[in-house]
Design a protein around this ligand. Structure first.
Ligand code: ZN
Length: 307
């Protein structure tokens, strides 16, 4: 299922879009992403309170920023946060080929006791952040796990890259909550190119690399309002940030849709892999096998006779 937003109108690619870029002379690469309708579509399934919606929106935005750095379209990027004693004890979202999905688990009673604008720690407590890059075609899989630390998810992601991958990174995430017009989430990711891409040595500290310091300084000037301004094309924002650079290469926008694999054929195929005896045990009082999709907050009743 693919849908497009704003195609054929003046708002072409201003939301649910990504713009990739590199600054070759500075050995830097990045992504600008702005999400709108796709976010509302995902959040609509869950009916979370606004504060919890904001956390999932941030995580989905991060998944979009990181997922579009995957080299091949069938690759998958998964973000998982798991904690003990937090208001939120589990958050999962992923990106594959333009498709985003995600959910989280929270304790409504604990949320009521949380401060109005809680820190990352106040929401998650003590926990970890795992990010998995699955490069489908090569079979290459990389998972890094770091403590969930920092004042925000953006900071936690920066920590992830510096600790787990030794890639100096800047991450900015901005969320505008839904009023009458729906959510807007927009973000910027800028990184010093990892090992291999330029045949250079692994970069360990940004202090050794004045070129990264320079890119970081320019990228850090980005304002929340600019990211969220849906009348400002991503290309124009990119130019505004880095126009003093000799060369910026931008790659065409890609778009995002809500995507999941919870269709009946897929679910039947998964159930069919279980031995007959176990399948018998799955059948409920109504004669159906009940399967839940946490991503979509949907429940499916499968007639075992159809498997
Ligand atoms: Zn689903």
């Amino acid at each position: 299922m693919k849908s497009s937003n704003g195609n054929g109108s003046g708002s072409h690619f201003l939301v649910d879009a990504a713009l990739g870029f590199t600054i070759p002379k500075r050995h830097a690469r990045g992504r600008l992403v702005r999400l709108g309708p796709v976010l509302d579509e995902i959040l609509a399934n869950h009916n979370y309170p606004p504060l919890i919606e904001r956390v999932l929106a941030e995580a989905l935005l991060l998944a979009a920023l990181l997922g579009t750095t995957l080299k091949n379209a069938e690759g998958q990027l998964t973000i998982q946060a798991q904690t003990e004693g937090g208001v939120i004890d589990l958050l999962v979202c992923d990106y594959r080929n333009g498709e985003l999905r995600g959910y989280l688990r929270h304790d409504p009673e604990r949320l009521a006791e949380a401060p109005a604008d809680p820190s990352l720690f106040a929401l998650f407590g003590k926990g970890y952040l795992a990010i998995t890059f699955d490069q489908a075609l090569t079979g290459e899989r990389y998972q890094g796990i770091v403590p969930l630390e920092g004042g925000s998810l953006a900071e936690a992601a920066e920590n992830y890259f510096s600790q787990s991958e030794q890639i100096p990174s800047l991450v900015r995430l901005a969320i505008q909550p839904a009023k009458d017009k729906g959510h807007i989430a927009a973000g910027l990711l800028v990184q010093h190119l990892p090992e291999g891409e330029e045949g250079r040595d692994r970069i360990h500290t940004r202090l050794d690399h004045p070129e990264w310091e320079h890119v970081h300084t320019l990228a850090a000037t980005v304002k929340r309002e600019e990211l969220l301004d849906t009348s400002l094309p991503l290309e124009a924002l990119l130019w505004r940030l880095f126009n003093e650079e000799e060369e910026i290469r931008a790659t065409p926008s890609s778009s995002f849709v809500k995507g999941c694999r919870c269709n009946l054929d897929h679910i039947r195929a998964v159930i069919a892999k279980f031995p007959e005896e176990e399948r018998q045990q799955m059948v409920g009082e109504d004669g159906l096998i009940k399967v839940d999709c946490a991503y979509c907050a949907l429940s499916f009743g499968i007639d075992p006779g159809t498997i």
